[in-house]
Design a protein around this ligand. Structure first.
Ligand SMILES: Nc1ncnc2c1ncn2[C@@H]1O[C@H](COP(=O)(O)OP(=O)(O)OP(=O)(O)O)[C@@H](O)[C@H]1O
Length: 589
């Protein structure tokens, strides 16, 4: 029984759906009314048929017959109209609520701090956004409707049965569970087998996806035979599980048809004898049979939908867990405004920080750095020294455990993170290109920018020329399946984006990938434009950049170990001299 108890416990997750129903209370009420009317019409049908047979046919009264036919037609019309209205209203609610859940989930996930994405796999979040919400939709839409309708019809037809004939009702109450229990048992087995079948199909799709992505490697190593065999095995495995499922399903239908119709036959046989003996009328027997069928079909539908509801409750549980995850970023109630024109620059004062996932290891410690307005400071240090961490903290993706960071004299913890990020433009090492046109991709720097501003930004980023040479110029679609840009071109798009943003602070993570001399020159020119009159922090990988910087700060093990100009630092013969020799090669400048 623990599975059932667990099932009931899980159902409490579905209760939380009521909050999502709130804005649509009127529609919900209307759906319930429509549901009731449709159920009442369905329940009235056997009574009308009984009257038609007994009063119309048996008594051979033409006028009566016509009248009952009209009543029957009216009942059928009400059933049809209200069933359609019920379907539309209930399914509408399902679609609407799931759309609301999706929007809320996406908004929530987007507001999470980067630490959340370190511990949660993107695939998992995506699956909650798509698969889990679809499961919930099946319940909110069809599931609730089926449960309510079938419960109403089951109870209604049982009452009507007992009113019609108590003895036969007793017989039905014995027969229905006898038929249903094995059917439910078999049904579960079939469901388990179809899940297994789905998993096998998913596995073969995964193999196909993997090979299509690596098609060049696969062909160059002549691996087609190998993967043909592997894919074939996986498909055959899926076929074998499908065969199992089909066998079980076929047996299930044979059993269902035989038992259901057998039971009906038994009732008809018994009923026919009673009709002959004058115990009941023919109409009563027909009415009884119809209610009997209603009891059986609705009980079957309810048992079927129970599994769906449980699965949806599990999905809802996972969705709620995600919705209730709090972002670690604390936003002050009354944030201190950061002035637009930064007269005081950026200051790190005695900052100590370790990433949440590595509490023992300081990514930065005793870190103090002043960057004056308009100054360019180059950060240099070995891999893992903490250079990117400086950026992460300044953007307030994380909060330091000790010390403070101020921008224009305002402690960033007291500021609104949105406003803080408005004041900062970042050019990362790897440019994110979205599935949109070149123009839109640059516009992400400032969403309200006009087309002219975009072209100007692209010109300043030395990107205009290559963009115009693309098949559709600025309207060329970039992205996953779109045109591929070279590394240098991608960087210049990112620079154009940052120029368009026109923020007073610039964070620049220079790409380590080497560009050819021509692109290198273009990117450097673009960067010069970008750094003009901005307070700039740059993680430097190129000699030209360090030479241009007002100051170079050398970081090692999360601490500043030296600072000065290129020449000064070279003279000290310390870490910088060694790094520079390795990274920049020729130092005779
Ligand atoms: N998200 C994270 N979670 C845990 N530890 C991290 C995280 N990001 C960086 N670190 C660790 O913090 C330290 C500083 O990393 P950081 O990325 O700032 O170095 P870096 O100087 O930018 O290195 P590189 O030049 O290789 O990019 C490293 O030891 C790194 O392993």
């Amino acid at each position: 029984m623990p599975e059932t108890r667990n099932g009931f416990r899980r159902l409490s997750a579905l209760k939380q759906l009521s909050g999502f129903f709130k804005p649509y209370r009127l529609r919900l009420l209307l759906a319930l009314v429509v549901l009731l009317v449709a159920a009442a019409a369905t329940l009235a049908l056997p009574v009308a048929i009984k009257l038609l047979i007994d009063k119309g046919y048996v008594l051979q009264q033409a006028e009566m017959l016509r009248r009952y036919f009209i009543v029957l037609l009216a009942i059928i019309a009400v059933m049809a109209v209200f069933a359609a209205a019920r379907y539309y209203l209930v399914m509408w609610l399902g679609e609407r609520i799931v759309a609301d859940i999706r929007i809320k989930l996406y908004r929530h996930v987007l507001s999470m701090e980067p630490a959340f994405f370190e511990t949660t796999r993107t695939g998992e979040v995506l699956s909650r956004l798509t698969t889990d919400t679809t499961l919930v939709q099946s319940v909110v839409g069809a599931g609730i409707s089926v449960t309510l309708r079938c419960s109403l019809l089951l109870i209604g037809s049982l009452i009507m049965l007992s009113v019609t004939n108590l003895e036969l009702t007793g017989l039905i109450l014995i027969l229905v569970p006898l038929i249903l229990l094995p059917l439910i048992f078999f049904g579960r087995k079939v469901r388990r087998l179809s899940k297994k079948n789905q998993d096998c199909i998913a596995e073969s799709s995964a193999i196909a996806g993997e090979t299509f992505n690596a098609i060049q490697v696969l062909q160059s190593y002549n691996l087609d035979q190998f993967f043909n065999h592997r894919f074939g095995l996986s498909v055959e495995h899926a076929f074998a599980t499908a065969r199992h499922r089909l066998t079980a399903r076929a047996l299930l239908s044979a059993f269902a048809i035989f038992t259901v119709f057998g039971a009906l036959l038994a009732i008809v046989w018994l009923g026919a004898q009673w009709v002959q003996a004058g115990k009941i009328t023919l109409g009563e027997l027909s009415q009884f049979l119809l209610y009997g069928v209603m009891v059986a079909t609705n009980a079957a539908a309810l048992s079927e939908v129970w599994g769906d509801i449980q699965r949806a409750a599990g999905a809802m549980e996972r969705i709620l867990e995600l919705l209730h995850t709090q972002s670690g970023l604390i936003v002050p109630r009354q944030p201190q405004p950061i002035p637009d024109i930064i007269a005081k620059g950026v200051e790190f004062r005695d900052v100590r920080f370790n990433y949440p996932s590595r509490p023992q290891q300081h990514a930065l410690r005793n870190f103090s750095l002043d960057v004056s307005p308009g100054e360019t400071v180059a950060l240099v240090g070995p891999s893992g020294a903490g250079k990117s961490t400086v950026f992460q903290l300044l953007l307030r993706f994380y909060t330091p455990q000790q010390g403070r960071i101020t921008v224009a004299g305002v402690d960033i913890v007291a500021a609104d993170p949105g406003q803080l990020r408005e004041r900062i433009a970042i050019v990362p090492q790897e440019t994110a290109i979205f599935a949109a046109s070149v123009r839109e991709n640059i516009r992400f720097g400032r969403l309200d920018a006009g087309d002219e501003d975009i072209v100007k930004a692209a010109e300043a980023a030395a990107a205009d020329q290559f963009i115009r040479a693309l098949p559709e110029g600025y309207d060329t679609f970039l992205g996953e399946r779109g045109l591929r840009l070279s590394a240098g071109q991608r960087q210049r798009i990112a620079i154009a984006r940052a120029i368009l943003k026109n923020a007073p602070i610039l964070l620049l993570d220079e790409a380590t990938s080497s560009l050819d001399a021509e692109s290198e020159k273009l990117v450097q020119t673009a960067l010069q434009h970008l750094m003009e009159k901005r307070t700039t922090l740059v993680i430097a990988h190129r000699l030209a950049t360090v030479l241009q910087a007002d100051r170079i700060v050398v970081i090692n093990h999360g601490q500043i170990v030296a600072s000065g100009t290129h020449r000064e630092l070279l003279k000290q013969q310390g870490l910088y001299a060694r790094l520079a020799a390795l990274q920049f090669g020729n130092l005779d400048i």
